[in-house]
Design a protein around this ligand. Structure first.
Ligand code: 3HC
Length: 284
């Protein structure tokens, strides 16, 4: 199936990055937010990122203008009525995601594919909120979406082969390498990544080493681009805890139990870069 127009629900860190990536890759994009203020902020971040690429001589101004021309912001779900592929990147709340998919199921054309960028929610649970489970799957991007080279595609037992093939092809157009995972808790990356991040927080909580030494140890010892505590801050501590809790609920595996320190920091609203404070401070 040919994909011309992609709809993105949510213009936050992931939704904005996905919308930017899709428009940069030549697709017409409709991106939504729940209100005009959040939409303005999300589109502003995209414009800033694109302007940085112009400054760096990565793209000419004319291309930036063309990319912006392909990008349409909206606060009305009805504007998704012409989309061939939807990518949902709303907050990690299963009831909200089900409501969004039920609404998209009634708004989008019958041929449209409905994908979720969820980090850990069961795709089958979301798919059953629609009458087209064969056209529902996970398209899991990594932060920052325009840069990270991986697209993790999550298929359920109901996902159709053509749906899968079409999304693999879209992944290629977006310049991503795609991997396929079953709808298992945490899929591939988060299933492996989260215990590493949680153990890093435990090391810090138990006073085994300073935050800088923990991060430098992985940064320099394993050549990771970012240390685990800095990466947890970059990702959002609420997102890290959501993934840990979601996987623990389904597997009851103690490696996914969120450390008390993480729970306390999230309760305090110390969510990392997005709130200016996490394991490190991020002055505005
Ligand atoms: N849009 C476009 N380009 C961007 C960008 C954006 N939003 N953000 C960064 N870039 C580009 C920069 O232009 C730069 O390009 P260049 O090398 O061609 O000049 C390049 O990315 C590197 O950016 P910077 O020079 O600003 O900074 P760094 O070299 O420190 O790289 C980073 C930043 C790419 C974030 C790097 O630190 C990194 O790879 N960190 C690890 C990120 C990671 O692991 N993400 C996955 C988290 S897990 C996840 O997302 C799953 C979810 O379910 C939780």
């Amino acid at each position: 199936m040919e994909i011309k127009t992609i709809g993105v629900v949510g213009c936050g860190t992931m939704g904005g990055g996905i919308a930017q990536l899709c428009a940069q890759s030549g697709y017409k994009v409709v991106v939504s937010e729940v209100n005009a203020e959040l939409l303005k902020r999300g589109l502003g971040v995209i414009d800033k990122n694109l302007a940085r690429l112009v400054e760096k001589g990565k793209i000419p101004q004319a291309e930036k203008d063309a990319i912006s021309g392909r990008l349409k912001g909206t606060t009305s779900m009805s504007d998704f009525s012409g989309c061939d592929l939807m990518i949902e990147a709303a907050i990690e709340n299963i009831e909200l995601k089900k409501k969004i998919f039920t609404e998209l199921d009634s708004i989008c054309p019958k041929h449209a594919i409905l994908a979720s960028n969820t980090s850990a929610t069961s795709i089958m649970d979301i798919a059953m909120a629609t009458k087209r489970p064969d056209k529902v799957l996970g398209m899991h991007f990594f932060n920052p979406a325009p840069v990270m080279k991986l697209l993790e595609i999550v298929k359920t037992i109901a996902t159709g082969d053509e749906t899968l093939k079409t999304c693999q092809d879209v992944g290629k157009v977006l310049g991503k390498t795609t991997v396929i995972a079953k709808d298992a808790p945490g899929f591939i990356v988060n299933r492996l990544w989260i215990p590493y991040i949680l153990q890093s927080i435990k090391l810090f909580e138990d006073g085994v080493a300073s935050r800088e030494d923990i991060d430098n140890a992985l940064n320099l010892g394993l050549n990771y681009p970012m240390g685990p505590l800095a990466l947890a801050d970059y990702t959002g501590l609420d997102v890290v805890m959501f993934i840990a809790n979601t996987i623990y609920e389904r597997l009851k595996d103690p490696r996914y139990i969120a450390p008390t320190l993480l729970e306390k920091m999230v309760a305090a609203g110390w969510l990392g870069r997005k709130t200016g404070k996490g394991f490190y401070d991020y002055p505005k």
